[in-house]
Design a protein around this ligand. Sequence first.
Ligand SMILES: Cc1ncc(COP(=O)(O)OP(=O)(O)O)c(N)n1
Ligand SMILES: Cc1nc(C(=O)O)sc1CCOP(=O)(O)O
Ligand SMILES: [Mg+2]
Length: 355
Amino acid sequence: MSESVYRILDASLNRVGEGLRTLEEYARFVLDHPAHSATGKQLRHDLAAAAGRLSKVRLLSARDTTGDVGTTIGLDSEASRESITAVVHAATGRTGQSLRCLEEYGKCIDVDFAADIERLRYVFYDWSARLGVIAESGQADRGASRRNRIRDARLYFLIDAMSSDEALVSHVAALADAGVDVFQLRDRSASDRTLFRRSLAGAKAAGEAGALWVVNDRVDIAAASGADGVHVGQDELPIGAVRGVVGPDVLIGVSTHDVDQATEAVRGGADYIGCGPVFAGRTKSFDAYVGPAFLSDIVALDLDIPAFAIGGIDAGNVRSVIDTGCVRIAVTGALRDADDPVAATRVLKATLLGK
Ligand SMILES: Cc1ncc(COP(=O)(O)OP(=O)(O)O)c(N)n1
Ligand SMILES: Cc1nc(C(=O)O)sc1CCOP(=O)(O)O
Ligand SMILES: [Mg+2]
């Protein structure tokens, strides 16, 4: 009996490994989603750890691929896949079934192995359901495109609500044309109604100009106005709660002030981080400044998501930021207070691009 059980376990372990890898590649290369990719990787590691409880020799000696009657039974539905979504569904089904096989037959050999697989199966169900929802909703492209664009971004501008929709729209168009890649609506004094209207108008103007539109703090206004992203600080809603409101394809940015906060933001599923305050500026005052040394630490971490240096950065000190290896900045005063914001944008962008 145990020879046959080892044969089943060997085949199922291989099937689960392949299925997890198929789904992980979807999270990594289709969705560009760091947190979902990390979960896939973790599941593969957990599978290997659970398999380590079984005798490798017995597993391998039970393997008999040429004598396996199942290898010659092929279904027409498996010969081709009509879409990436179909690949995701097939891999999810196969992996879930094989995990159940591992758990049930594993109980005949090692109860701790079976218990490990049961835990893994629950994490898998949650993860694959989330991937399935993204695939089914057709949102993969939107989320992936936004993640690609924030990765390519260099210059991020925190803009206030300005005096009218028209003023905001023409400023966004001019600065996007000059090189701003991402706009963040940040205005503590505007009413909710004004923020909502400006965000609707700003998101449209930014989108038409090929830039991203992010809303500061206000998850509700970001969701209601169709923003590309929302930015939250350490004292605001945690990433999981924000994700629950905005869904899978809206970018979540998180402010970080030390290395622990940065790694925690990546682990929690942030799409980018702000790192500061680097220098003293005119927009917001702080008790302490992290300086370029913090940026060097962030660069050394080689995070999976882009990091934007923020705080008092302007044309006069941007080179000391770039010297750390950090080539993305977020600014307010450098463009808001410039005599010629378009010219200031061009100078900053050219410097970031090494021109
Ligand atoms: C890109 C970026 N980085 C950091 C911040 C600061 O966010 P937070 O700490 O929540 O402070 P407020 O901006 O809300 O005052 C940011 N907004 N954007
Ligand atoms: C809003 C904000 N947050 C920061 C942080 O470090 O978290 S620094 C900052 C101010 C950014 O404006 P300026 O470029 O004018 O200094
Ligand atoms: Mg905030």
